[in-house]
Structure formats: C-alpha cells, structure tokens
Ligand binder design. Structure first.
Ligand SMILES: C[S@@+](CC[C@H](N)C(=O)[O-])C[C@H]1O[C@@H](n2cnc3c(N)ncnc32)[C@H](O)[C@@H]1O
Length: 276
C-alpha cells in the first residue's frame, strides 16, 4: 500500500489526524472512526515532521470546518439534492458516516495516489458506504470534468459541490478553471461550498512557519482570493461568506479575545456556501 506522506496527498493525512482527534472528544462535533484507521496506516510509513508542524495549530480548525461542511451537505440533501461532488476529497469519509437519503450519489475526486492509500484502508475496515459512492482518480489541474462525467456525474441534476481545503494548493489560474468547470457542470439549483484565504497569507509572519512546513513536504500553498464573494459572483454564484473563525464561535470552540486577535491579523480566510 502506498502512503501519501509527501506532496499534496500528505495534507489529507493531516486532516484525518485532526478528525481522529476530534472523534475522541466527549463533546465531538462528528464521529469519524475511519480517520483513526488512516492515521494508524500512515504512521506505519512515517508521517513527515513537517506535517506535524501544520497539524497542531490547525487541528481544531479542521474539526470545525468538517462540521460546517457536514451541515452544508445534509442541508442540501434535506432540500432535495441527491448528487454530491467532493473535489480534492482526500481522506474524507462523509460517504460512510453521514445519513444520506436513499438515492444519493457521492463522487469523490482526488489524485490517484490518494485513493491508492485510501481504498485499501476502507476495504480492510469492511465498511459499506451509506450512499452510492463513486471514486474518481483525477487531477484538478487537468481535465477533471471529463473524468467526472465518465464516472457518471449527471450535469442535468443539481449538484452540491464541496471544495474543502483544496483551492490554496492550486495556482490562481487553476482555481479559476475549477470554478469555471464547476459552473459548467452545475444545473440550476446546484450549490457550492468551500474555503479560501486572501493573498495576504503569503506575507503574514504568523502564517510563515506553516507555509514553510507545507512547502518542505511538497505541498506549498499557491493561491488566494481577496474578494471571495466577488469571485463567486462573477461566475453567477450568490454566496454567503463567513470568516474562518465564525463557526468556531458558534460551537464554543474559540473565545472572543482569541477571535479578535486572529481576525485583527493580516491574513483573512473564509468559508463559503453559494447557490446557482
Ligand atoms: C488538505 S487536503 C483536504 C482533503 C479533504 N478535502 C478534507 O478536507 O479532508 C487537500 C486535498 O487536495 C488534494 N489535491 C490537491 N491538489 C490536487 C489536484 N491537483 N488534483 C486533485 N486533488 C488535489 C490533495 O490530494 C488532498 O487530498
């Protein structure tokens, strides 16, 4: 079994580590038992120290982000959506752990090396997806649209798209192309959620150790968007944008003083939900 301990795939292991940690909390925001299995398997092959540098400041955020997007997807289903597409799915296990309505199809797209690690761990766990799960090994910087269509995505149906923790790993131009592709494949009634950071992250001294650590494992952040609502709006998406700290306040995981300190810094990050 190959393990993505370097390159962008390694970042999926970092998020799984945070989800395993959250799953152990008595006040957990979700339960992701597969995350622990991914972590156990990855540790057999060594997780680079640099990945740990990223994990610690970010793990509470990853848990909160996970819950925010869980809620988004379940709301989309409650409103009738039955087609879900997760771009840069990494070690996301929502196909297994969320209560999907009958008839829901979940497409997971990521690089082939991520699924070369993920699928054997899932197979060994002997668990069944709670939906029709479709794995799409593809590169979001190449022709991922054709890959999704060949895998069965129906562009005539509304889709709930999720791009969680992914856009910053693509260059600015590729972000634009991903948004254009999502827009082309989105029937009326589709939804899109994700997150991004402002370009100011690249000159923020507080963010520098994390950015250096990511670069050292071959997963540099490459892009930002300074006006997320404007970026989405130019492609016809009406968005609701929240500061990265807002859901943490909602779940009582950050106190107002810390929030003030974070939001006073030069870097801004957002999570968004949008409708077409
Ligand atoms: C930080 S992880 C987030 C994974 C997942 N969305 C989650 O939140 O658990 C970033 C993911 O983006 C994927 N990714 C980065 N660049 C990609 C590309 N060009 N094509 C496909 N996937 C990519 C990585 O392989 C990795 O799984």
């Amino acid at each position: 079994m190959r393990t993505p301990t370097a390159g962008v795939g390694a970042t999926a292991v970092v998020v799984a580590a945070a989800r395993a940690e959250e799953s152990r909390r008595p006040d957990r925001l979700f339960h992701d038992p597969l995350a622990e299995r991914f972590l156990t398997e990855a540790r057999k092959h060594s997780t680079p120290e640099a990945v740990e540098v990223v994990r610690h400041p970010m793990e509470h955020y990853f848990a909160i982000r996970t819950r925010y997007f869980d809620d988004y997807l379940l709301r989309a289903c409650a409103e009738g959506c039955r087609q879900i597409a997760v771009l840069g799915a990494g070690l996301d296990t929502r196909a297994f752990r969320l209560e999907w309505p009958p008839g829901t199809r979940v497409f997971e797209a990521d690089l082939p090396e991520v699924f070369a690690f993920k699928e054997p761990v899932i197979g060994a766990a002997g668990v069944e997806a709670a939906c029709d799960r479709v794995v799409v090994a593809t590169d979001l910087a190449a022709d991922w649209e054709t890959a999704l269509l060949r895998a069965g995505l129906d562009p005539g149906l509304p889709t709930a798209w999720l791009i969680e923790g992914v856009l910053c790993y693509l260059p600015d131009k590729a972000d634009d192309e991903v948004l254009a592709g999502v827009t082309r494949l989105s029937a009326p009634g589709s939804r899109l959620a994700g997150e991004h950071v402002s370009h100011r992250v690249f000159t923020d001294p507080v963010a520098r150790p994390m950015l250096d650590a990511l670069e050292s494992v071959g997963a540099p952040w490459l892009s930002g968007v300074d006006d997320i609502g404007g970026w989405l709006g130019a492609s016809g998406w009406a968005s609701e944008v929240v500061d990265l700290t807002d859901p943490a306040v909602h779940h009582g995981r950050i106190n107002p003083v810390d929030r003030e300190r974070i939001t006073a810094g030069p870097t801004r990050g957002w999570m968004f939900q949008a409708r077409k």
